[in-house]
Design a protein around this ligand. Sequence first.
Ligand code: MLT
Length: 277
Amino acid sequence: MFKQALVNGISLAYRDEGSGPVLLLIHGFPLTHAMWNLQIEEFKRSYHIIAPDLRGFGQSGGGNLEQFGTVDQYADDLAALLDTPGLSGQKVIVMGLSMGGYVAFAFWRRYARRVRALILCDTRSGPDTEEGKQDRYKLIEQVRQRGASPAAETMVPKLFAPETYNTRPDLVGEMAGLIERNNPAGIVYAAGALAARPDSTPDLKHITVPCLVVVGQHDALTPVERSREIVQELPDWQLSIVPHAGHMPNLENPAFFNQAVETFLRGVEKTNASSAF
Ligand code: MLT
C-alpha cells in the first residue's frame, strides 16, 4: 500500500507492505523507493516493509528545500516515520543502498537502539573527497539551471555494469525516468547533504549489530574495495559480492542479491531467537 505520513512538518510518502519484523529500505541518489520494487515483492512475504521516498524525492514533500540537506535530517525523518502508530517501539532492520547507506550510518549514530541489523549495499563509510565535493557543486548548478536531466545524464552512465547496459535497456531507461521525474530542488538538497556528510569510518567499530555488506562486482561508483574497507572495521559482518552487477545489484542480479539478503536475515532471526532465552 502506498501511504503518506506527516513527519517533521512534511508529508513523507512510503510503501507499506507485508507483516512481521520491520525492514526499512532506504533508496540511493537521486532515485526513489521504486528502486526497491523487486525486494518489496520478495521480502513482504516475511517482513513488514517500509520503503519511503526520502524528503524531496518521489511523492514526498520537501519542506524548505532552498537550503542543502543533511543526512541527519533524512535519518530524523525515518525515525519519525517509525514512530507512527503500528510501528513505534519496534527495532528495525535497515537496508540502504549508496546514499541510503550514508543515511543508515546517520540513523545508527542517532538511533542505534532501534536497529536490529544493517544491510549496507554499494556504499562507503568515508566522506566525499575535495574533488567529489566540487563535482557535487557542479551538478547542483546544472540542476538549478536545467532541472533533473543533468542528474540523470551524470548518474545513469555510472549506475550499472557494462553488461547491464547491453542486456537491460529497459532497466536503464526506468532508472533514468525515475531520476528525471524527481523534483530538481530535492536533488539539490540531497547533493548538498552528500557533500556535507561526515566520515562514518570511526563509527564502524561500534556497530555491534549484525551487518551484511553487499556490492556489485563491477560497481564503478562505490567499488568493491570500499566495501572491503567497511568490513575491516565492523565487529559482526558478512560480505557478499554480486556477480553481473554494478552499483545496483538489487536490480541487475536480483536472484543473487535477494538470496544473500535472505540468508543473512535468516541468521539474524536465529540469533535474535536464541538470545531471547
Ligand atoms: C548513490 O547511488 O546514492 C550515489 O552514488 C551516492 C553518491 O553519489 O555518493
